[in-house]
Every structure is written in C-alpha cells, then in structure tokens.
Design a protein around this ligand. Structure first.
Ligand SMILES: Cc1cc2nc3c(=O)[nH]c(=O)nc-3n(C[C@H](O)[C@H](O)[C@H](O)COP(=O)(O)OP(=O)(O)OC[C@H]3O[C@@H](n4cnc5c(N)ncnc54)[C@H](O)[C@@H]3O)c2cc1C
Length: 468
C-alpha cells in the first residue's frame, strides 16, 4: 500500500519535472533513489519510504527555479541534496519530497585573479575545488571538513568548519556571495565580491548555516588566500588531558598560530590507525596533540616547531615527533581524518559540542564523569583550539543504550553551562532539532521561526530541520 504522502508526488508531477530537467535527470525508481535518502548519520533519522519521493538532478539554476516554483505551487516539500556527507540528518527527507540533487551543477564559473576569488557552481565537491585550484598553485582555500565528497553548497549551508579553523576560521569567513533559489522560486544573488557591505540586513549570512531550509544555493563566490609553501606536522604526547589543553592558549599567546591543533585520546588514535592498517607512531603518554603549521620559510617552520615542543615539554609533554616528509605528514593526517569512519559502526552518536576554549578541560572532565555514571566511556577527538570536541557515545553490545537520551542531555547541559553549544560545526539538522530549547529561549526560537516563514511562507523547504 502506498503511503498518503506518496500520492502527493503523482505521475503528473513527475511528468512536469521531466519537462523541466529532461527524462534522464528525474529518478523515480525506488532502488536508484535509496542512496539519496541518507546522509552520514545513517540510521539516526528514518527517511520517508522511497516511494514517497522523487529525485531531480537539474543542470542549471533556472531549472532549479522551475522545480521550486512547481513544488511551491503544489506545496510539495523540497529537500536539497549535496554530497550526503552531513552529520545531522539534514539531507534526509522525512516527508514525501522532491529531492533536488545539485550534483550536475559542478562547473567552475570564474577564477578572479584581481579580487583573489573563485566562483563555482554549488555542486562542485571539495575535491573538485581542490583540483581546480591546482592550476593556481600559489593560492588555496582553507576550509577542509574531513570528507572531500562534501559539496561547496553543502559546506555553505552547513557553515562547515574542520581542522584549519584555528588560523583561518570557518566557511562563514570566506563566503563573499551566493546565488540562491528562494523557496518561492525566485533566483537571487546575495552578496558578491565585496569585502565590506553594511547596507541593510545581511541576507547572505542568513543563508550560511541555513541547512536547506531557506533556499537552494546554486553558485558560490569564495575568497582565496596566498599559500604558505612550508608545511610541517608535529605530534606531541601527554599523560593528561589537562596538560594537553592547558598548553594550547599559551602557544597562541606566544604568537604561534598553527593551521590546526587537533586533540586525540590515544585509544581513538590507535583505533583509527588500526582501521586503516597503519602503525601509530606515539607510544608514550595517553593523549596527543597534532599541530599542523604552514609557514613562509623553512627556517620559520622549524623555529616554531621547536618553540612548540619546548613549551609542551615544560607543560609535561612526554614525547614528540616531527613528521617531515609529505608521506609522514599524510599518514598522520589520515589517522586523524579516519577517526569517524573507524568508530562509525560502534557508536550511537558523535557529539559536536563546543565551549569557550578555556573551558575545554573542565568540560571534558564533566563529560567523562557523566559517561562513568552510566557505566560507559566517551572517547574524544577534536579541534581543541576552537573549543570544539567530538565525544563518541558508544553502542551497548551493538544496540542503542536505553540511557542514551538522558546521558546526552546531561552532556549538552554541561556544555551549555560553560557558555557552550550543542553543535559547533555539524549542524542542527534533524538529529539536534529537539535540543534547540536546551540552548535557546522561547523568544529566540520564535524569531528563528519567523525568519523561516519570511523566506518560506508555505513551509516546504526541508521540513523537520532546525525549526518548524
Ligand atoms: C568523515 C567525515 C568528516 C567530517 N568532518 C567535518 C569537519 O571536520 N567539519 C565540519 O564542519 N563537517 C564535517 N563533516 C560533515 C560534512 O562533511 C559537512 O557538514 C558538509 O558541509 C556537508 O556537505 P554535503 O554537500 O555533504 O551536504 P549534505 O549532507 O548533502 O547536506 C547537508 C545539508 O545541506 C543542504 N544542502 C546541500 N546542498 C545544498 C545547496 N546547494 N543548497 C541548499 N541546501 C543544500 C541539505 O539539504 C542538508 O540540509 C564530516 C563528515 C564526514 C563524513
């Protein structure tokens, strides 16, 4: 029996979609649609049955506009889809929906040498962007979440962060303009190439982090930066989390701003190394800091590495190693990048808490104590200089533990008590929407609901995400 929602997308609607995007780019076959119904949170959010959806792959922004106008006319939910690498269930349709996959909008629009900016279509993947930038080897784009399958549009609306935020910040800091199809179907450009613009409210920055609830991004203009050619990776081991986290502000105060400062509980690092068949180089201590530095000259790089090691040793570091060759550096980064995939099968959730960075040691102590209360552990990895730590909540004998919700709520309350947030970079999506009241007042949520209504009067864009 078909669901009630399945009738919303009938043959007539599918026919109209085929008229807009062409026969080959409308997928209504259930087996082919299945992979468009999940993101990397997988089973945390149940998608609507595939027969309630249709997937469209438009080739131009005008086609996107046509699809959205049709959806708005019939009040059919629309779920934009990027690379499907999201970690908050935002791309998962939970109602009968038109899933708009941006994969064919994958072209370079303009490389602007004078303004040091690049404009790409929203479906260009991070891997694709890095490939495009190979032609301009003196320039780089700094934001790098762990999965290069993420699309630039997805990174815009998730306001992605990643390991390099210490030095370069997050997506929001580098997006200068976007072209967007609004939920009522109009194609607009927000921002452009300005460095400064104080005219009116900032709609560009409303779109950043909006998780497909306020519009479909079709084009993005990003700021690029001069590349520092000398890159080094440093792994420093400590016996305690306190020693490791205490040293981070001291290094920054000393005028050293690494590209990345990553924290890893040793058990997490070992699990990841084993998962990808590598040996983990550190044996002393129980927690590690991984520093990635990029400097103008080799001398500067070595001088800063030595200063970091010296300061860490004064703060109790028990071991350190410098990865000098590109191969060694890549091996270490791969261990860090594969932490999530190594744990994926064994976790009920991966938290994305952030607190002001000075509160990280206290917050991690609280999280451990809460986990202990429930007779479990919560290994941690994260972007420690940003105060953003990912704690894993483990499955219990392969099952979601009964205490999961209670324990997670206590952990969120602990983070919020330090002035923290439930999610620093992975997003609210559908998995964290129910925690909005934990972090925000009723009035704040009401304002967000009104913003949503102003953009999307019929409430068709990505229902069940962020706010209703
Ligand atoms: C191994 C791994 C490591 C990761 N590491 C990090 C990390 O370090 N930092 C970090 O911030 N994130 C990280 N992520 C999360 C993820 O990569 C980011 O959230 C990314 O921005 C999602 O992009 P996507 O194209 O895959 O979006 P999707 O998952 O496809 O979609 C995410 C949301 O964006 C919407 N959307 C997608 N494209 C558009 C568009 N063009 N217009 C409007 N809405 C759109 C969707 O509707 C959905 O709501 C990681 C994920 C994995 C699997």
């Amino acid at each position: 029996m078909k669901t009630e929602t399945a009738r919303v997308i009938n043959e007539e609607i599918i026919g109209e979609l085929r008229n807009i995007s062409g026969n080959d780019w409308v997928v209504s076959d259930m087996s082919q649609m299945e992979s468009y119904l999940y993101d990397e949170t997988e089973l945390a959010v149940r998608p609507v049955a595939a027969d309630g959806c249709v997937v469209v792959k438009p080739g131009t922004a005008e086609e996107v506009s046509g699809i959205v106008k049709l959806a708005n006319e019939y009040k059919i939910p629309v779920v934009p889809r990027g690379g499907g690498t999201g970690l908050c269930g935002a791309a998962i349709p939970t109602k009968s929906s038109i899933v708009v996959s941006l994969e064919r909008l994958n072209k370079l629009v303009e490389f602007d040498n004078k303004n040091i900016m690049i404009t790409v279509e929203a479906g260009v993947t991070l891997e694709g962007l890095l490939e495009m930038l190979k032609e301009h080897d003196k320039l780089f784009f700094p934001v790098h979440p762990g999965d290069e399958g993420a699309q630039i549009g997805g990174m815009v609306v998730e306001n992605a962060g990643g390991v390099r935020a210490v030095k370069h910040g997050i997506m929001r800091n580098h997006i200068k303009g976007v072209e967007v199809v609004l939920p009522t179907g109009e194609l607009v450009t927000l921002g452009g190439k300005l460095i400064k613009n104080n005219m009116g409210y900032d709609l560009l920055h409303m779109m950043i982090g909006s998780e497909g609830t306020l519009g479909i991004v079709t084009k993005v203009t990003l700021k690029l930066y001069a590349k520092n050619p000398n890159i080094g990776t440093l792994l420093v081991s400590f016996n305690t989390t306190e020693e490791a986290s205490d040293i981070v502000p001291k290094i920054l105060q000393d005028g050293i701003t690494p590209l990345a400062i990553e924290y890893m509980d040793r058990e997490v690092a070992l699990e990841s190394a084993e998962h990808i068949g590598q040996a983990y180089p550190a044996t002393e201590g129980s927690v590690d800091l991984m520093f990635i530095l990029d400097e103008a000259t080799e001398d500067e790089l070595y001088e800063k590495c030595e200063r970091i090691v010296g300061m860490c040793e004064e703060n109790g570091a028990v071991d350190s190693l410098i990865a000098e060759s590109t191969k060694e550096q890549r091996a270490l980064l791969e261990i860090r990048s594969n932490v999530y995939t190594a744990y994926k099968e064994n976790i009920a959730d991966a938290l994305d808490i952030a607190v002001p960075s000075g509160s990280v040691p206290d917050m991690l102590k609280d999280i451990s104590a809460i986990a202990k209360k429930y007779n479990t552990i919560s290994p941690a990895v994260g972007h420690i200089a940003d105060g953003n730590v990912h704690n894993f909540l483990m499955l219990d004998n392969g099952e979601i533990p009964e205490y999961l919700d209670d324990m997670r709520n206590e952990m969120y309350d602990a983070a919020i008590s330090y002035g923290g947030t439930v999610t620093a970079e992975h997003g609210t999506g559908k998995t964290r929407k129910r925690h909005m009241e934990q972090q925000y007042s009723a009035r704040e949520i009401e304002i967000m609901q009104n913003i949503k209504k102003a953009f999307d009067p019929n409430g068709i864009f990505n229902p069940g995400t962020i706010v209703d």
